[in-house]
Write a protein that binds this ligand. Structure first.
Ligand code: COA
Length: 256
């Protein structure tokens, strides 16, 4: 079944969601966030779906971030509300879902794209994938949980390096850091995702649900997410933000 910005299919108890905005490297705009929300809620209710797999269309990008053109004119208050809404309807929904969600990372996972992958319970990346949180190069910071989920996955020191440099890392480095669970050749992504899903599906769905809840309770504080939202929204009133976003939209490097 094909929607505006996503494509879905249920096969062998796996609910596949493919993000279908290839000409913008699958960047997340509000419409896409809402569509993903609806797809995930449907799969959550769908009794024949045991595992959800999320991927992007094309070879180039899983998701290259939140859609920069959409938030370029935001004031701090709007930005804070925008990120809170996105977290609530999509990122936290996935992280707290009762069915496991696997991110099948088929290319760039940057900014909101890496945050989306990190909100999933497991991640498989293709060898050519590049992962990063480049927000500081735009005069902003991660706003969809990246400052909280990245240190939980790879430790504070490694997260500081990735977030403060804004640099992208290779899939192999991501594997070494524990940011992804597996790296596979591009042509094996589909097969590897099915194999991983099958390993989960042989276990008790009730135990999987309870394990996700318990694991989530271990590492993240609500205050961290609130503070991220505050610091994220404050960036939007700055000249650095204007410079960073204008540079991206004009396809040049910013000078801070
Ligand atoms: N938001 C909006 N549009 C985006 C986007 C994003 N996050 N990422 C890519 N696009 C768009 C580009 O503007 C371009 O659109 P156009 O063809 O209408 O001009 C199209 O997707 C293709 O991207 P392009 O930059 O031309 O591809 P590239 O191969 O030269 O570079 C990237 C690929 C991923 C390095 C580059 O697109 C990039 O840096 N994207 C932004 C990453 C980012 O900062 N994400 C965090 C956002 S908070």
């Amino acid at each position: 079944m094909k929607g505006q910005l996503t494509w879905i299919e249920v096969r062998d108890s796996i609910g596949w969601i493919k993000i279908n905005r290839e000409n913008k490297l699958n960047a997340l705009n509000l419409e896409l966030i809402d569509e993903l929300h609806d797809r995930i809620i449907n799969f959550q209710k769908h009794s024949s779906v045991k595992v959800i797999a999320l991927t992007g269309k094309g070879k180039k990008a899983f998701v290259a971030g939140a859609d920069i053109s959409e938030f370029s004119g935001f004031k701090p208050q709007q930005a804070g509300a925008f990120a809170r809404r996105g977290n609530q309807v999509l990122f936290d929904l996935i992280a707290q879902l009762e069915k496991p969600v696997i991110a099948a990372i088929n290319g760039y996972a940057l900014g909101g794209g890496l945050e989306l992958a990190m909100s999933c319970h497991l991640r498989i990346a293709v060898q050519h994938a590049k992962l990063g949180l480049p927000e500081v190069s735009l005069g902003v910071i991660p706003g969809y949980g990246g400052t909280q989920r990245l240190p939980a996955l790879i430790g504070k020191g490694n997260a500081m390096e990735m977030i403060l440099t804004g640099d992208m890392i290779s899939a192999d480095k991501a594997l070494k850091l524990g940011l992804v669970n597996q790296v596979v050749p591009a042509e094996k992504l589909f097969e590897a995702t099915i194999t991983l899903a099958e390993r989960l599906m042989k276990n008790s769905p009730n135990s999987i649900k309870n394990a996700i809840k318990a694991i989530n309770a271990s590492d993240i504080t609500l205050n961290g997410f609130k503070d991220e939202n505050l610091q994220f929204s404050k960036c939007f009133g700055t000249t650095d933000f204007k410079k960073g976003v204008a540079a991206f939209l004009e396809k040049r490097k910013p000078e801070f």
